[in-house]
Design a protein around this ligand. Structure first.
Ligand SMILES: Nc1ncnc2c1ncn2[C@@H]1O[C@H](COP(=O)(O)OP(=O)(O)O)[C@@H](O)[C@H]1O
Ligand SMILES: [Mg+2]
Length: 329
């Protein structure tokens, strides 16, 4: 049996096994990790700040910039313990495309001809758009996400995509479609036969897969690891439009932070469906409300949206009718 050291530091007790040298070595390694993490968090914070600065200039996005500033303030308080930190997520840089990525005019979509779920949709999506799809369950958020990802055909109206539009689509149901008998390496290789082993391993590495995990059968992976695998798959083609339908449901809190950072660093368009308030705050600049068979810009920020949900109303009351306290800039 080696020696046990109980180390007290800033009110935290850490147990070290082994001799004093081991204690010092472990302690030094831990400090280096802490420093690296602090640096990474600072970089993420700076990135978010640059978004805030950029969007504050645009009157139409000022309110979203405010949400992001709140997220920024919260982020500075987040400090993850070293042992619980997870590998960062790296989304490949997007293929460049000239705007707009997608334009829609009077578009309808649904599952059965003559019975559209969503109608009369008109919108434009640009390469730097960060859009959250809001709306109650069953209203058609996933249906719209599928239309945008080209997983569902247009029923009526017009939809034009940029020539170099590359989608990256993630949805929960895909997790069930993974073949449990394959390893992550085999899964990616099977779906993209043109990729070399090295490219496959690099992509998996970017989503936190160690060499061991990359060779573990999918059936033996955790829900979070499967979600990471799906994200690795969704981003293989260097998408310039990420369409993420509830991406964090299986991710633990650290992996959520990693996804948040990765999305903030990602330079392409993001379409997000999520109940994760922190992710929405940090990611979305445009809010679209899916309700009553249609899609409209949501006139308000995420606080207004929460109030709208709590009110139980079917459609939001117009701002003019609900005078509010002046917002502090
Ligand atoms: N594969 C499908 N076939 C037929 N109807 C569907 C299918 N998927 C969803 N729907 C219907 O479309 C409507 C919108 O569903 P969905 O887009 O999943 O909503 P949300 O993602 O906002 O919860 C619901 O009425 C749902 O029953
Ligand atoms: Mg859905």
């Amino acid at each position: 049996m080696g020696l046990l050291f109980l180390h007290l530091d800033h009110g935290k007790v850490t147990l070290y096994t082994g001799g004093y040298d081991t204690f010092v070595a472990t302690r030094t390694a831990k400090r280096a990790l802490d420093a690296a993490f602090a640096k990474k968090q600072e970089a993420a914070r700076e990135h978010m700040q640059s978004f805030v600065d950029r969007f504050k200039a645009k009157a139409s996005k000022a309110r979203q910039a405010q949400s992001r500033m709140k997220a920024l303030a919260k982020m500075q308080m987040v400090e993850l313990p070293v042992d619980e930190r997870v590998a960062p997520i790296r989304i490949p840089a997007p293929v460049e495309a000239s705007p707009p990525l997608i334009t829609m005019h009077d578009a309808s979509v649904g599952y059965e001809q003559g019975k559209p779920i969503l109608e009369r949709m008109s919108m434009r999506i640009d390469p730097d758009d960060r859009i959250a799809l809001l709306g109650k369950n069953g209203n058609g958020k996933s249906t719209l996400a599928k239309l945008l990802a080209d997983k569902l055909p247009l029923m009526d109206g017009e939809l034009v995509r940029a020539r170099k539009w590359v989608p990256g689509y993630f949805a929960q149901h895909q997790l069930e479609e993974l073949d449990g008998s394959l390893t992550p390496i085999e899964t990616l290789s099977f779906l993209r036969r043109a990729l070399t082993q090295q490219q496959v391993r690099a992509q998996l590495g970017g989503f936190g897969f160690s060499s061991d995990k990359a060779q573990t059968k999918v059936a033996n992976l955790s829900g979070g690891e499967r979600a990471r695998l799906m994200l690795a798959l969704a981003t293989l083609d260097k998408p310039n439009m990420l369409i993420l339908d509830e991406p964090t449901n299986h991710l633990d809190i650290d992996a959520r932070s990693e996804l948040l950072n990765a999305l903030n660093n990602f330079e392409g368009a993001v379409i997000l469906v999520s109940h994760d308030r922190r992710l929405l705050e940090a990611t979305a600049d445009r809010l679209l409300l899916v309700s009553n068979g249609c899609v409209e810009p949501f006139d308000g920020d995420l606080d207004d949206y929460r109030r709208f949900l709590l009110s139980g109303e079917n459609s939001p009351t117009r701002r003019e009718q609900t005078p509010k306290r002046a917002r502090v800039a």
